[in-house]
Ligand binder design. Structure first.
Ligand SMILES: [Zn+2]
Length: 442
């Protein structure tokens, strides 16, 4: 091998760069993007792949995944979740602190989680910590241990071991984090506005969790960000009514960002046919979807993440059709890219938009400078994506541990053909690495 030879070059007429699509050759050496050349001038390499009209995107960065291992590994585990991620073009996930046992609210719990994940990860994995009433004096060591920020709930989380913060505790947490330049991510629903569902049906469940409940909680977080100077990020915005207050806050320099999810952007309350669609906050009426797309288009909503939160079929209420007792959470980790691409196409958006929302922006949120774009020097995390291929979702064929997803039977456009992690195709060997925030001190 000559010194000038690359390990891998990938040619595509549709390489997705931050400023648009171009016909290029991406050259990889030692796991990094080492050069960009013309499509017709591929440099010598040990392996050359010509994708033709199949697009080449930066690997997706999904900063909202509930892996649930250890403790609820039968819901989802690191091996199955990261296989599903890889098959869906996702090369980095950041794991949520709750639903695993113990929840990631202490350094000790983070160590247990890393031990559980060790050797099982097919993509890169980072971790969020959790802020609960009991650990507000111990957030600094958790950040120093490398979590990308801490998550809190303002309303019950669904699991007893991860209690919500009351308004005073929210401010206390944000004051602490502000001194550490830490990021607080918030499940924003106001507990005083939520009500008990009047019955087991979907309309009754939807009525119990209104747009107003989200709006009041978002306003509380914005007020707390002003008071404390802490950086805050609202997870999974479902209510379109939150977009305008977020826009105003951002415009006035308040450090608050927000994400949304594929299910809020592509499904609507009218589509709901089973508790596979149940999540909190809920999927709302179709007009609400348009407001969320507008929020993405204008940048008020920074990006799209899965909130993959699966559970076994028996907890999902598929036989009882009881939306009150069913677990709230949607499984979609492997499907996010084609789900969003299918809807983005019909709304006139392009692959650069999708790459910005699903890769660049989430990487920036958690501060991963070598992820999220096809740029010289970045990790060669790449996805070959056929933007015209079509397929029908078969839940039993997904790598998710449990074959439950509201997208089962949906016809989608866009097929992930190959995923590379640091220039290697993802195979039986688990090559994923742990990622830590710049706060990491050991
Ligand atoms: Zn979640």
């Amino acid at each position: 091998m000559s010194v000038s030879e690359f390990d891998l070059v990938v040619r595509s007429r549709r390489v997705v760069l931050p400023d648009g699509e171009r016909a290029l050759t991406v050259a990889v050496r030692d796991g990094r993007i080492a050069a960009l050349a013309g499509y017709h001038e591929p440099p010598p390499a040990r392996e050359t792949v010509d994708l033709g009209e199949v697009a080449l995107l930066p690997g997706l960065v999904d900063t909202h995944v509930h892996v649930n291992e250890p403790g609820r590994t039968h819901w989802e585990g690191f091996a199955s979740a990261t296989r599903a991620a890889a098959a869906g073009g996702v090369t980095t996930i950041v794991d949520m602190p709750l639903n695993s046992l113990p929840p990631t609210t202490t350094v000790y719990a983070l160590e247990i989680k890393k031990k559980a994940a060790e050797g099982q990860c097919h993509v890169d994995v980072g971790f969020w910590g959790g802020a609960i009433p009991a650990n507000l004096d111990a957030l600094e060591p958790l950040l120093a241990a490398g979590v990308f920020g801490v998550k809190c709930f303002l309303s019950p989380s669904g699991v007893d071991e991860f209690p919500a913060l009351d308004p005073d505790q929210l401010i206390k947490a944000m004051r602490r984090l502000a001194t550490l330049d830490g990021l607080l991510i918030v499940h924003a629903e106001d507990p005083a506005t939520l009500t008990d569902p009047l019955g087991p049906t979907y309309p009754e469940f939807l009525d119990s969790r209104t747009q107003d409940a989200e709006l009041r909680a978002v306003e509380r977080v914005i007020d707390a960000a002003v008071l404390t100077g802490c950086r805050a990020h609202i997870v999974h915005i479902s209510a379109g009514s939150c977009v305008e207050p977020l826009r105003r806050a951002q415009q006035s320099g308040i450090r608050v960002t927000a994400e949304t999810c594929p299910h809020y952007l592509t499904l609507s309350a009218e589509d709901v046919t089973s508790p596979a669609f149940k999540c909190c906050p809920p999927i709302r009426e179709s007009t609400n979807r348009d407001t969320l797309w507008h929020g993405l288009a204008t940048g008020t909503l920074m990006g799209i993440v899965s909130d993959h939160s699966p559970c076994p079929a028996d907890l999902k209420g598929l036989t009882t059709h009881d939306y009150t007792s069913a677990w709230g959470g949607i499984a979609s980790l492997q499907l996010g890219l084609p789900i969003i691409w299918t809807e983005a196409l019909s709304r006139g958006y392009g692959l650069p938009d999708v790459a910005k929302w699903m890769s660049t922006a989430p990487a920036a949120l958690v501060g991963l400078p070598t992820k999220g774009t096809i740029t010289i020097g970045n990790d060669a995390d790449l996805v070959a994506f056929d933007p015209t291929g079509k397929f029908t979702v078969n839940a039993t064929k997904l790598h998710h541990k449990n074959p439950v997803t509201p997208y089962d039977g949906h016809k989608l456009t866009g097929i992930v053909q190959t995923t590379w992690l640091r220039g290697q195709t993802i195979d039986a060997q688990a090559q994923g690495q742990f990622l830590f925030s710049p706060h990491h001190q050991s």
